[in-house]
Design a protein around this ligand. Structure first.
Ligand code: ATP
Ligand code: MG
Ligand code: MG
Length: 347
């Protein structure tokens, strides 16, 4: 079998490597950190910084195709990887790494993000609040995940006390949503696009807590419009692999939140709950194989993230009929750290 290179060493890479192994491929992981739960289930591990173009080039030369599980890989050094070997393309990373660019990109493709403004100075923030109003959220444009790098602003008087971080920022109005949902799609090398059913996603403290199917009507009525946007974005990027867009369901339609150029936590349910999982279809897409059926195969599905000390419930979960436990093999159950997940299939 061929060799797949994966940039990033976390649980998404681990689940990709497991799916790849089932199809006869072997994986090599590239990551800067010493601990890699992806490398533990892979055939090779290059530990080097993201900025090391030479190491990236050597890594790519040993792989037939290179993909990623971490969206914040700096785009510059990626030039060391031949474009034909890299899926998804670097352009997808460039857009998805910057909240300002991704909102503009969604708008250009007919999507509607929350009202937003670029913030580079205290004066910009005052002007943004004047125009957009409060409550709102100030976010770093780059590198945030699991709600990190975000400050909620309840009223205009709060900005005096706020110490602006040095990063580039974006301010956005708080969306009063009925529910949150995601569109997870896979796009093949020939441009074929398939969608999984959209789940309802519930976040706690900025971190995904649960993903549930079927989603309520408040979500399903917006799925067609959300898919249209996600499909356009993927097509315009000449995307190959699994891509995810997060949305807020509102009375006025779907509001685009952000995109992820990779497999996504809200797609973990597809391992047991769909004919073909997001991980397998990502491997199929980047390897140029025919895509698998994305149909949901159970009437009710819930994915629950095991965050921090939640992982202490693992034994209880193992005793539950219909519960599928996944542990990522991380050494330390720090607060807010995704340690595993459980998918429950119901009738
Ligand atoms: P992820 O881990 O999904 O990449 P992230 O750190 O990039 O998360 P966001 O998706 O921007 O962060 O925000 C995390 C959560 O905070 C959202 O899922 C939503 O619950 C809430 N949130 C973010 N922005 C808004 C908004 N403009 N209006 C209402 N809620 C919001
Ligand atoms: Mg994000
Ligand atoms: Mg998000």
């Amino acid at each position: 079998g061929a060799t797949i290179g994966i940039l990033g060493g976390g649980q998404l890479g681990r689940m990709l490597a497991i799916a790849a192994a089932q199809l006869g491929y072997r994986c090599h992981i590239y990551a800067p950190e010493e601990e890699s739960v992806a490398a533990e289930v892979s055939a090779g591990f290059t530990r080097a910084p993201w900025s090391d173009g030479e190491a990236l080039g050597t890594f790519a030369a040993a792989c037939d195709v290179v993909t990623l599980e971490f969206e914040n890989v700096p785009v510059g050094p990626l030039a060391a990887i031949p474009a034909a070997k890299l899926a998804p393309p670097a352009r997808a990373l460039e857009v998805a790494q910057d909240r300002l660019k991704e909102k503009c990109f969604a708008e250009q493709h007919g999507g509607r993000p929350a009202p937003f403004a670029q913030v580079d100075s205290p004066a910009d923030l005052a002007a943004a609040i004047e125009r957009i109003g409060t409550p709102g959220i100030l976010k770093t444009r780059r590198e945030g995940y699991d709600g990190k790098g975000q400050w909620r602003i309840a009223g205009p008087d709060e900005i005096d006390a706020l110490e602006l971080p040095a990063d580039d920022l974006v301010y956005e109005g708080l969306v009063r949503f009925e529910a949150e949902f995601s569109v997870v799609l896979v796009r093949g090398r020939d441009g074929e696009v398939r969608f999984w059913d959209s789940p309802e996603n519930v976040h706690r403290g900025g971190i995904l807590a649960t993903t549930t199917l079927p989603a309520p009507d408040t979500v399903t009525e917006h799925v067609a419009a959300a898919r249209e946007l996600a499909g356009k974005i993927a097509g315009s990027l000449d995307y190959v692999g699994v891509m995810t867009c997060e949305f807020f369901a509102t009375e006025d339609g779907p509001v685009f939140n952000e995109m992820a150029p990779r497999v996504h936590n809200s797609g973990h349910w597809t391992i047991e709950g769909a004919e073909t999982s997001q991980f397998e279809n990502h491997i199929r897409a980047i390897c140029g194989l025919p895509l698998g059926d994305t149909a949901t195969i159970a009437p009710r599905i819930e994915m629950e993230n095991l965050i921090g000390s939640d992982v202490e419930r693992a034994e209880e979960i193992l005793a539950e009929p219909g519960a599928h436990l996944h542990l990522y093999g991380k050494a330390e159950a720090r607060d807010g750290r995704k340690m595993g997940h459980v998918t429950r299939l119901g009738r």
